[in-house]
Structures are given as structure tokens and as C-alpha cells.
Design a protein around this ligand. Structure first.
Ligand SMILES: N=CN[C@@H](CCC(=O)O)C(=O)O
Ligand SMILES: [Zn+2]
Length: 411
């Protein structure tokens, strides 16, 4: 099956196969062909170029993209999209004056979601989660990382990871799975943190590895959750099973977690709302992608990750949603891109690079996803008629997407 998209006003993020991420001033460039065509064969991008050269190309299906912008689908490298129920009551509690920390301290927050998930069957959890997956696919997400971490018992963590595996099998969206057993301390281990870490290391990890349920290992490295010593234990244990670190760090406090993650070869460090010069130093000359989650900052009214500072220091940056029931009940990458421009002062070029190619890098998939490149997967957003790509982050809150193609299929 071949699909020809023709008369494209702007074809964005056109790259050769050797560019796997962009850093610093490279992020200001968004290579683009105007008046372009794009040819897809089955699940692969096979050709693209200027309309001047299109006359000899025949295809099974032709899409006219006059006045429309075409770009790779979003690569959302940080989500908790598999969860049960919601926490809308805590949202109201925060409006009425409680902080995120107050809510966690009185037994709400992550352990509240864990309690709900433990009492939800695997099929029910799957059905709740796939509704969100379908929604984000229509919002242009073609690759997604999904974490466990709302189970907090061996059974419930495995239940989450098995649901992620089913999503991977049942949907065209590319899925990467991350084991986040160390997301919070379950109530039954309140006075025995090491006991829970031992359970993760000795009970959960071997089973996860046996069933091949995760590619990455995560921990919430934060005051009141897990410290540097805990983080080192978990990352080391994960590496024994070939799970690459990809961690939550510096959301509320900066105390050396970034350097530690870099030391263990983390593919990404995520959140970074609090950042100091030591953190930036650690990231320089590393292969670790910093990931900002602006929807989380928006929802919790906490500082935005200083993305401008990271890019100006020559570093790369990825953008992701953090879709979860507590701090970010939204999986809309279009809002993330707008908010990064509006609040973090990224240019549209930087934000689109951060949400496509660098997002793919943060999931270890930028050889196949994140740009318009011959041989990469045919994951494509076709916008409605718009004035140009600046309009995408500028006109925030509206849906500018007309069609989404994932793995060569129009969804
Ligand atoms: N910060 C840790 N984990 C999630 C939120 C967890 C929750 O509140 O349910 C996050 O990335 O924001
Ligand atoms: Zn998160």
C-alpha cells in the first residue's frame, strides 16, 4: 500500500538518518521543504521532496495537503498513561489550599492511585488506559513511553506492565515500557524503606526481566520519596537486568540526582524544574537527554524547567507530557509544545525538535522515529490549513490536526 501526500505547504523536520538528536544552537534549526510531497510505502517513509519532482510518482492513495503543514508525529517520552480512576478530588483540595506535599503526607497522591489500581482488574485497567491511548494518538502522538509505578506491590506492578505490553501489541503507536516500582513508599513499608527496595530488587525485577516487561528503570529521586543511596541501589539492580536508567529527578529539590543518573548512563533525566550549575555540568559531555514536562508545571503551579538555560548551555532538550492522574491529567503534546514556547521561551523550532527527534532519542528510538527521513517509520501529522508552523504553538488550545498516520495507517 502506497500513500502520496502532495502539495504540502511545509514539510517539517526533514533529516538524514545520522541525526539522532539535536543540541544547543542546532535546536534552532528545523529543516523544512516548502511545496513538498511525501511518499509512504506500507509502514515506511520511502521518498519526499519538492513538488517539482512529483510528476512520475504513482500511489494507491493520494492526499492533497494544500495549505497544510506535515510533520512527524509527537514522541512522548514520559507518561504514566496506564492508571485507574482519577484524582479530581485532590485537584479541588489543592484549589482549596492544600499543597501537593500536604496531600501526599496525608496518604493521598501516588499511594492513593496505587490503592485504586490494586483494586482494579487487569482488563478494567486495560480498558481505562486504551481510551487515553486512542485519544493521544488522535492528538498526534505516534510513540510513547509508559511507566509502571501506581501498583507498588509485586502483583500490581506486574499487572501494570502486562497492560503496557498488551497496548504495545494492540495499537500501532510505538510503546516503550519503564519499571517505576520506586515511585513512592507503600503504607505497609512506611517505617521500612529498605524492605520495599529489597522487594523491588529481589521479587519484582527478576519477574519483570523473565517476562521481558520493561526496557527502562525509573525512580522518584526526591526528598520525602527516595534519596541518592536508594537511587544508586535501584539503578544498579536494574542495570543487572539490562534496564537502562530513565529517572524522575529535581522536581522539587536539586541534591545530586542528575549527576548520579548520568554516572549510571541514564538515557534521560526528567522534570528538572529545580536545576543548579552542578546539574548542568553533569549533563555536559553526557549522552543523557534532559526532559521537561511543562504541563506538570502548569497544573501544579511549580517552576518551569529552565529549558532556555539548558539549550543556551549547548545541551539538548526533550519535551513530554508526564500524563498521570496526579500532576498532569493531560496527554496533549500540542499543549506541551505551546506551553514550552509561551512559558519556557523556546522558539517553535526548538519546541518541535524537542517534541519529535529529541523525544525519540529519550526513548532510544530516534533511528526509526522523530523525523521525516527515508527508511523511518511512517508516523505523520497532517494539520488543517494554517498559515505556517509557527501557528501550531501560537494558537494554543485549539486542535490544528486534520489527519494522523501511524505506522503507515491513517487512524
Ligand atoms: N513526580 C512523580 N510522579 C508523577 C506524579 C505522580 C502523581 O502525583 O501521581 C510525576 O511525574 O509528576
Ligand atoms: Zn512522571
Amino acid at each position: 500500500m502506497t500513500i502520496l501526500i502532495k502539495n504540502i505547504k511545509e514539510l517539517l523536520q526533514v533529516r538524514d538518518e545520522n541525526t539522532l538528536k539535536v543540541s544547543g544552537s542546532q535546536m534552532k534549526e528545523l529543516p523544512c521543504i516548502t511545496n513538498a510531497y511525501l511518499l509512504i510505502e506500507d509502514d515506511t517513509i520511502v521518498d519526499f521532496g519538492s513538488m517539482i519532482d512529483v510528476s512520475s510518482i504513482k500511489a494507491d492513495k493520494t492526499i492533497d495537503a494544500t495549505n497544510k503543514v506535515v510533520l512527524p508525529t509527537w514522541c512522548d517520552s514520559h507518561t504514566h498513561i496506564v492508571y485507574a480512576g482519577d484524582r479530581s478530588q485532590e485537584f479541588v483540595d489543592r484549589i482549596n489550599g492544600l499543597s501537593y506535599e500536604d496531600i501526599a503526607n496525608r496518604g493521598g497522591g501516588i499511594v492513593n492511585s496505587a490503592k485504586t489500581l490494586q483494586n482494579t482488574t487487569e482488563d478494567d485497567l486495560y480498558n481505562q488506559s486504551i481510551q487515553r491511548v486512542k485519544d493521544v494518538m488522535h492528538l498526534g502522538t505516534g510513540a510513547i513511553e509508559i511507566k509502571s509505578g501506581y501498583g507498588l506491590t509485586p502483583d500490581a506492578e506486574l499487572k501494570m506492565l502486562r497492560v503496557i505490553k498488551r497496548i504495545k501489541k494492540d495499537f500501532p503507536v510505538k510503546v516503550k515500557a519503564t519499571f517505576l516500582g520506586a515511585h513512592a513508599l507503600p503504607l505497609e513499608f512506611k517505617t521500612n524503606k529498605q524492605g520495599y527496595l529489597d522487594q523491588i530488587i529481589n521479587d519484582m525485577l527478576p519477574q519483570i526481566a523473565k517476562e521481558n516487561l520493561a526496557q527502562y528503570i525509573d525512580i522518584f529521586c526526591e526528598k520525602g520519596y527516595f534519596d541518592l543511596n536508594d537511587t544508586a541501589q535501584i539503578l544498579e539492580a536494574g542495570l543487572k537486568y539490562n534496564l537502562i536508567p530513565k529517572i524522575h529527578v529535581n522536581q522539587f529539590n536539586a541534591f545530586g540526582g542528575v549527576a548520579l543518573a548520568v554516572k549510571y548512563g541514564a538515557i534521560s533525566v526528567d522534570h528538572l524544574e529545580e536545576l543548579n550549575t552542578e546539574d548542568i555540568k553533569a549533563l555536559k559531555d553526557s549522552n543523557t537527554m534532559p526532559v521537561a514536562l511543562p504541563s506538570c508545571s502548569y497544573f501544579l503551579s511549580i517552576p518551569y524547567t529552565p529549558g532556555r538555560q539548558l539549550i543556551d548551555a549547548g545541551l539538548p532538550l526533550a519535551l513530554a507530557t508526564d500524563y498521570n492522574p496526579g500532576s498532569t491529567p493531560s496527554g496533549n503534546m500540542n499543549f506541551v509544545v505551546s506551553t514550552a514556547c509561551i512559558k519556557m521561551k523556546l522558539t517553535p523550532e526548538e519546541a518541535i525538535n524537542a517534541a519529535t527527534l529529541n523525544g525519540a532519542y529519550a526513548m532510544g528510538i530516534s533511528k526509526q522515529y522523530g523525523s521525516i527521513t527515508k527508511g523511518k517509520k511512517a508516523n505523520i501529522i497532517i494539520t488543517k490549513p494554517i498559515s505556517g508552523y509557527n501557528y501550531l504553538p501560537y494558537a494554543f488550545g485549539d486542535n490544528h490536526i486534520d489527519q494522523v498516520i501511524i505506522n503507515g495507517t491513517i487512524i
